[in-house]
Ligand binder design. Structure first.
Ligand code: DQA
Length: 145
């Protein structure tokens, strides 16, 4: 299974960004963690990041023909990007929404995810492990088809 991990705005600032919420590990650490899935699961992994909504949309379109599933942390776009919602709906591969932090315990605007209904599932609040749980969901969804 070819899996794309796609990270949105400000995730490149991990380690420097609000470490009390996101932890002290860097974005490079997150990439390394995700690439490590290939050692433990029957998958190949690519990891991409952009701060730009349009680029994330282009990558999702591209992913439809090149990957079997996407683990998506859309960052703040989660809360208001109907364009990302449409992009996820426009492709036929499964997308799992993931977040490092627990959105239910933060500012009220973060409790809304406009992309959730386009995704097969969502995982939050587990730090880097949210991505691994997202991967397990993709693997299970493949087993059920
Ligand atoms: C985030 C949560 C979002 O609300 C925030 O805008 C982010 C990161 C998370 O991983 O916890 O950039 O998606």
């Amino acid at each position: 299974m070819n899996i794309l991990v796609l990270n949105g705005p400000n995730l490149n600032m991990l380690g420097r960004r609000e470490p009390d919420i996101y932890g002290s590990k860097s974005y490079q650490d997150l990439e390394d963690y995700c690439y490590g899935f290939a050692d433990r699961y029957p998958v190949s992994i690519d990891v991409k990041q952009s701060n730009l909504e349009g680029i994330l949309i282009d990558i999702l379109h591209y992913a439809d023909d090149h990957y079997d599933g996407v683990i998506l942390n859309a960052g703040a776009f989660t809360h208001y990007s109907y364009a990302l919602y449409d992009a996820i709906k426009a492709i036929s591969i499964p997308v799992v929404e993931v977040h490092l932090s627990d959105l239910t315990k933060r500012e009220p605007f973060r409790t809304i995810s406009v992309i959730r209904d386009a995704c097969i599932d969502s995982v939050m609040g587990l730090g880097f492990q949210s991505y691994e749980e997202g991967l397990k969901i993709l693997l299970e969804s493949r087993d059920q088809t």
